[in-house]
Structure formats: structure tokens, C-alpha cells
Design a protein around this ligand. Structure first.
Ligand SMILES: O=C(O)C1=C[C@@H](OP(=O)(O)O)[C@@H](O)[C@H](O)C1
Ligand SMILES: C=C(OP(=O)(O)O)C(=O)O
Length: 453
């Protein structure tokens, strides 16, 4: 297991002509939900394309601890669910490691069960705010028996005997909060309503409907979504083929755009419109991204992306696009560093409560490598250096954050001097194949200890 106690630095060097056809691992958001919903449903589910990253495996372990039978047979994961309403009290703490999604969705899932559940995580997860989930769960009847200062992990929840269905307006754009309330609603009588003023990724709504939940979504005249879920319904096991993760595809995608002479195809990428903000932004910057073989897979649009190196120009990213690319800002900042002119990214305060304070981590990493930028409370402005001249030679503090590590390893492919990250261990939480995939297209990225003098 990766941890800051045993950091593993890595270095990337200027590369040329990334070439090849690659497949990124399964979508992390869909993979968590696949294990959660399959573990809860009655009967058997079969999942292929599951992301076998640490975050998702911890969700699997939590569902096992609550009674689901989960087995891996080659590329297929088979899950025997417990049946809605029938989760068992776990005997041990549920350890979610680095995973915000796994921990927050599971808190929702168990929050209306008359049982005690203790949540723990690593140093990064233990700093992240959990009040956003605990507040609505308290309204539904959950008691918080233990929480650290500022409502942080470790947290012990005790659910009510009979929980209450609520109407909850999500105060910040967060698919995790929306999902936690809906999952809590699965185990209470009546209709739980989530009001979502700003649309976020809709995997929970879509997948719950696929598992047979009575859920409907209405968008009012102001674009506000009203999601209504009938509690205590039956969920039935499904077959799920998880498409490739656009948030992982972002790394070879930006790498190919900024590395001269590149031509890379990234296969099977999820193109759900709540996830495509980065691709749209890169296209606006002049990125040559072609959609090949557009098709539908399990109700989601997917395509292969052909990406060729491009001369990028700075843009202003509309603030209301943030939810559709929230995890992609660190790697967008890398593309911006190689673009002509400035790139402005307003409305990104949520980046401060991810695996690290990503706004600061990105700004510090850029400055350490010679890129000028301005960090505001909820915005970032990055100056571009086409050709990467004079950039690099810095070491980036990754703060237990996989996306910071991967983003800066991509930067080093196009800077004059190498870029070092202090620890690449956390990459395994979301993208265990990152190093081998990047090497296969010709990226000069390696662990510091493998470095040849
Ligand atoms: O619901 C999800 O699967 C996710 C929602 C987002 O978090 P927030 O809900 O905190 O924005 C995102 O950053 C995370 O990687 C995955
Ligand atoms: C924010 C992320 O994940 P999580 O919230 O699940 O830790 C991410 O993967 O970038």
C-alpha cells in the first residue's frame, strides 16, 4: 500500500513523438457505484472493465464486510448482493484509504441502517470535510457517535431504527453529496428528493435506475434538477461493462497534445456530457482531438480519441463548466503552461478539498518549474510558455494526491529540463497502469531509483 511513509519519487523528461493505441482503466465513479449497487441488490451482478485501483478495491472490501459476496474471475467481477435493506453491521472499521467517493457514498448507504459503522482513512482522507455528508444524514436520523475536529475521519455513524425521507438542496456542486443522500434514501420509507442547482456527474441516478430503483429526474425552468427516489424498493443485480475513465484518459491526452510529433489513440473513453469539460476546453485551446468509432455502451456514449500534438492557446474556462471537469484542472494547468498566452480558470474553490488542496499544490508545482501563475481563493491563472523553454528542474510536492503526481509527470514530457515528483505511490489509487501505459507510447517517465545515469 502506498503511503507518505515510504515515498517513491519519479522523474519525467522531454520526449518526442508519443505514438500508439492505448486503453485506460475503467471509470472510477462508475466502478465504485457498480460495487456498491451490485453489493446491495438482490441476486447476481457481473461487472467487466472494473477499475482495479486501490480506491475502488476498498469499496469492494467495505461491501464484503457488510455481507456482499464479491469474486474476481479473470476480467469479470461477480457480486452476490445482500438485497436492499439487508446490509450487515461490519465487524471491523471500514478503511477507505485515500478515497473520498468510496467513503462518502458508503456513509450515505449505511447512514439510515440501524447499525454502527466506523470509517477510517489515510492522512489525506482524514483531512477532508465530511460535514457535507453528515449534515443531511443527521436530518435523516443518523447519529454521529464519533468525529474528529471539523467533522473529519475517523467517524462512527449509528443509523436510526426508522429513518426519515427528506428534501435536500445540495449546497455545493458535489456528486458525492447528491449520491450520499440518494443512497440513504434507499433505506427509508417515502420519497427522498435531492435538489441539484448545478448539475454534476449523473452516474448515481442513471445506475440506480438501471438496477430497478424508482427514481425520476425533473429539470425545472431554471435548470435546477429535482431527483426523486422512492425508498425501500427492490434492486436487482445487473450486468455492467464499465467504460474507460475520461479523468485517466486526460493524462495521455494532454501528454500527446503538448509533446511534439505525437499521434495517439485512446480507446473506449466515456463521453457522458457531465464528464467532458476538459475535452471541450482543450479543443477550444486548439487541441487536435478526433472522436472515432462513437458508440453506446450500457447507456453511455463512448468513443476512441485520436490526439495529435497541437499548438495550444490560452482560454478562459467558463466557471459553470467546472463540475464537468473538476478532477481535470491539474492536468489542464499543465496544458496551459505550454500554451500561448494566459489560461484563466475561475470558480474552482472545490479543488481545495480534494485529496490535497489542488489549487495550492498546482500553483506551487508550476512555480517550482518556472511557470508563472496567480492563485486566488477560487481561481487560477496560468501563463503559457510554448515549447517549454526554460521550464522544469523542479521537484513537486504531491501531498498524497494521485492527480498532482500524474499531472506533473506529464509536464516534464514537454519542458526543457526534467520534472521530479516527490512520490508517485498514490497513482495506484486511480490508475495503476499509468507508468506502463505512458512508457508504451514513448513517454520518458520513470521511478527515480530506476533512473540510469
Ligand atoms: O461522485 C463521484 O464519483 C465523484 C465526484 C467528484 O467529487 P465531489 O462530489 O466532491 O465534487 C469527483 O471529484 C470525484 O473524483 C468523483
Ligand atoms: C477527487 C478525487 O477522488 P475522491 O474524491 O474519490 O477521493 C479524484 O479522483 O480526483
Amino acid at each position: 500500500m502506498s503511503s507518505s511513509q515510504n515515498p517513491h519519487p519519479a522523474i519525467s523528461r522531454r520526449s518526442e513523438g508519443l505514438k500508439g493505441q492505448v486503453r485506460v482503466p475503467g471509470d472510477k465513479s462508475i466502478s465504485h457505484r457498480a460495487l456498491l449497487f451490485a453489493g446491495l441488490a438482490s441476486g447476481e451482478s457481473r461487472i467487466t472493465g472494473l477499475l482495479e485501483g486501490e480506491d475502488v478495491l476498498r469499496t469492494g472490501a467495505a461491501m464484503r464486510a457488510m455481507g456482499a459476496k464479491i469474486r474476481q474471475d479473470g476480467v469479470t467481477w461477480t457480486v452476490q448482493g445482500v438485497g436492499n435493506g439487508c446490509l450487515l453491521e461490519p465487524r471491523e472499521d471500514l478503511d477507505f484509504g485515500n478515497a473520498g467517493t468510496g467513503s462518502r457514498l458508503t456513509m450515505g448507504l449505511v447512514g439510515t441502517y440501524d447499525m454502527k459503522t466506523r470509517f477510517v482513512g489515510d492522512a489525506s482522507l482524514s483531512k477532508r470535510p465530511m460535514a457535507r455528508v453528515l449534515d443531511p444524514l443527521r436530518e435523516m436520523g443518523a447519529q454521529v457517535l464519533e468525529a474528529q475536529q471539523g467533522e473529519r475521519l475517523p467517524i462512527t455513524l449509528q443509523g436510526p431504527r426508522h429513518g426519515t425521507a427528506i428534501t435536500y438542496r445540495v449546497p455545493m456542486p458535489s456528486a458525492q453529496v447528491k449520491s450520499a443522500v440518494l443512497l440513504a434514501g434507499l433505506n427509508v420509507a417515502g420519497i427522498t428528493t435531492v435538489i441539484e442547482p448545478v448539475m454534476t456527474r449523473d452516474h448515481t441516478e442513471k445506475m440506480l435506475a438501471g438496477f430497478g430503483a424508482a427514481i425520476e429526474v425533473e429539470t425545472d425552468g431554471n435548470g435546477v434538477r429535482h431527483i426523486r427516489l422512492q425508498g425501500q424498493g427492490r434492486l436487482v443485480g445487473q450486468t455492467i461493462d464499465v467504460p474507460g475513465d475520461p479523468s485517466s484518459a486526460a493524462f495521455p491526452l494532454v501528454a500527446a497534445l503538448i509533446t511534439e510529433g505525437s499521434d495517439v489513440v485512446i480507446e473506449n473513453v466515456l463521453l457522458n456530457p457531465t464528464r467532458t469539460g476538459l475535452i471541450l476546453t482543450l479543443q477550444e485551446m486548439g487541441g487536435d482531438i478526433e472522436f472515432l468509432n462513437i458508440r453506446s455502451q450500457g447507456g453511455e456514449k463512448v468513443a476512441d480519441l485520436r490526439v495529435r500534438s497541437s499548438s495550444l492557446k490560452g482560454v478562459e474556462v467558463p466557471a459553470d463548466r467546472a463540475p464537468s471537469m473538476i478532477d481535470e484542472y491539474p492536468v489542464l494547468a499543465i496544458a496551459a503552461s505550454l500554451a500561448e498566452g494566459e489560461t484563466r480558470m475561475p470558480g474552482i474553490g472545490e479543488l481545495r478539498v480534494k485529496e490535497s488542496d489542488r489549487l495550492s499544490a498546482v500553483a506551487e508545482g508550476l512555480r517550482a518549474n518556472g511557470v508563472e501563475c496567480t492563485e486566488g481563493e477560487d481561481y487560477l491563472v496560468v501563463k503559457g510558455y510554448p515549447g517549454g523553454k526554460g521550464l522544469g528542474d523542479g521537484t513537486v510536492a504531491t501531498h498524497l494526491d494521485h492527480r498532482i503526481a500524474m499531472s506533473f509527470l506529464v509536464l516534464g514530457l514537454a519542458t526543457e529540463k526534467p520534472v521530479t515528483v516527490d512520490d508517485d505511490g498514490m497513482i495506484a489509487t486511480s490508475f495503476p497502469e499509468f507508468h506502463s501505459l505512458m512508457k508504451s507510447i514513448g513517454a520518458r517517465i520513470q521511478g527515480k531509483e530506476e533512473e540510469q545515469v
